[in-house]
Design a protein. Structure first.
Length: 98
């Protein structure tokens, strides 16, 4: 039997699935086994990606925050000196995306 491949794609999918689970069911309702099964990642492989559930939850939130900050940077770069317009544009886009 071959060893599971530790890939960046698996990690990204786990972080996204983890964030969704944290938002839907909270920390205590987030089960690692459900996420791993859904992403077809063996349970033993999880610890190659993160040392614990606590660390994984923090990494999932950090992964989300990186995306938000990148979006903010893009809006502020386009708005120049008008920070209020940048914030309005960002939140308008977020509301319309719902």
């Amino acid at each position: 039997m071959s060893r599971p491949k530790r890939s960046h794609g698996n990690r990204e999918r786990l972080l996204e699935r983890g964030l969704a689970s944290l938002c839907e069911t909270g920390y205590h309702g987030t089960g690692l086994q459900n996420m791993l099964t859904a992403e077809a990642v063996p349970k033993g492989s999880f610890y190659h990606y993160s040392p614990s559930k606590d660390a994984f939850a923090a990494e999932s939130i950090g992964h989300y925050a990186e995306g938000v900050f990148a979006d903010w940077d893009a809006y502020f770069a386009r708005a120049g000196d008008d920070a209020l317009a940048a914030l309005r544009g960002y939140f308008r886009a977020r509301v319309l995306a719902l």
